[in-house]
Design a protein around this ligand. Sequence first.
Ligand code: PMP
Length: 428
Amino acid sequence: MIYQRSSALFAEAEKVIPGGVNSPVRAFKGVGGTPIFVKEAKGAYLYDEDGNRLIDYINSWGPMILGHAFEPVVKAVVEKAKKGTSFGMPTEIETKIAELAVSMVPNIDKIRFVNSGTEACMSAVRLARGFTGRDKIIKFAGCYHGHSDSFLIQAGSGASTFGTPNSPGVTQGTAKDTLLANYNDIENVKALIASNPNEIACIIIEPVAGNMGCIPPKEGFLEALRQLCDTNRILLVFDEVMTGFRLAKGGAQQLFNINADIVCFGKVIGGGLPVGAFAARNEIMNHLAPLGPVYQAGTLSGNPLAMAAGLAMLTALNNDSEIFNRLAEKTEYLHKGMAKVLNDNKITHTINRVGSMISVHFSEGEVTDFNSSAKGNNATFKAFFHGMLKEGVYIAPSAFETWFITDALTYEDLDFTIKAVDKVAQTL
Ligand code: PMP
């Protein structure tokens, strides 16, 4: 494939945008080469500025669960835009999407909309601190909760690719309130709680980790966390920015039958527009301004275009009783197909999958936490990434990311992808 125009556009971008991108992983630093500039996308496919068609396994990092340019979302946004794009005053559609979200997700009474997953997690932690009157939080190495200061401590995603687990600019004062635990290691969490008695406001976790590849919680791990939180009056915060409205209507809470105290959303909930949200039971949410003392606000929060996109997306998901089964079946098919050709070609690998989240790790043995994920062979991953790209398949340009399966993918697309994996595997 030719990437002449993408390369030229990137060179122009680099002059006026740091690294040529508005979010670091896009720059292909982890895999080398220049990023691809997208011209448009429809369904399962991206069309780039050089006229190449790529099957998309990233889908804007998750939101496009029903494929690109999903008609009901596009229509809703276009219609809304004609009536004004922002008011900074209440609109009816905010209540409509809130009602729908609250009806789909277990254990939440109220939801507040923000503009990104970062904002959702940042605000959830402030709320947890305000509610409990405690300062410290526990996060897990390799989990990514956005780029606010408290979370840039061994964060996953781009922060892992770039090898800068602690970003300059995050003060020691902030860092000392973030305690780090190993994913899937309950003894580690117990020890942290024991050595910080009555100081921990919340444990924040990706209930299925998606920012160190896809890492499922071990059997009983989330239950044990729930119990630890209950006995120590700690709030359990599920960061469902990836898993929300993806693993099930009610997200990971529903899939694993575990109640979180605060839930964070992003990605799917905005249908591809900039939306995040956090939600909880009344007793917690009523601590937020203007009802309570915990301040949180946003000029563009609840923006009408964003709410229209999100409402159209959630409505489509809510009305399709088979959607989450269908997605899981497609993902399983891809998993089995890829595992077979990788095995046939004697490529050492591990594939992790939950619902429509899947990742391929080029390492031996189980991948259960950040350390085991980091053992993956990066040289193999780079060759795999560029090989797949040549075949017309776009996966994330980093070994620490999850692939997001969309309903727009047909079984022909999946077969094409498996064949591409076979071809590429022969060259690894
Ligand atoms: N939490 C999780 C689990 C995420 O995956 C991400 C983004 N990938 C975020 C939070 C931050 O969301 P945003 O990029 O919308 O700020």
